[in-house]
Design a protein around this ligand. Sequence first.
Ligand code: FE2
Length: 218
Amino acid sequence: MLSITRQILPKTRGLAVLTSVRTKVTLPELPYDYAALEPVVCREIMELHHSKHHQAYVTNFNAAKEQLDEAVAKNDASKIISLQGALRFNGGGHINHSIFWKNLTPERTTPSDALQKAIIKDFKTLDNLKAELKVAAVGVQGSGWAWLGLNKKTGNLQVVQCPNQDPLAATTGLVPLFGIDVWEHAYYLQYKNLRPTYVDAIFDIVNWNDVSERFSSA
Ligand SMILES: [Fe+2]
């Protein structure tokens, strides 16, 4: 099938299309049902958030990536530069949400011993870490994320804000361990304007097993 595509397309465009076909990102399946995180996050939010919002980031990133491949093949510097915003926004949206779904679980979990040690070193207690994350999440102006990240240079855990869909690793160098999506699409249907209440509730469904694995892998 790929060889047929190559034959009917002009050489340069054909190669660009073939490259983008091979490298398309896809919407990951959720590791639980849409209703699994109730009552913290209702089914309707989860379904819209995953099947509409995340899907849109995937679709739009692939479209921008395809244009990028064509622009690179043509050595069109102006076009390449013009695509950076769409790539950052939609690629970031895909990266962030792919982590976010795994960061959550309906099951009760606790940080691993190694992560617990790091939390105590940098925040004294888990409650302090949650308090810092809450301040960061509630304080995001407009849309964005609060993250717990690992600074591999210092070995320290850090709490940071990211605006819009800026992905943590690509924009700060920190390894993302746990993110809180504070875009209104993540909570408004259920929590209306009460972002602090949503953030408090999110701590009840943190998948500390996943956060611990990200920490140990880093
Ligand atoms: Fe989101």
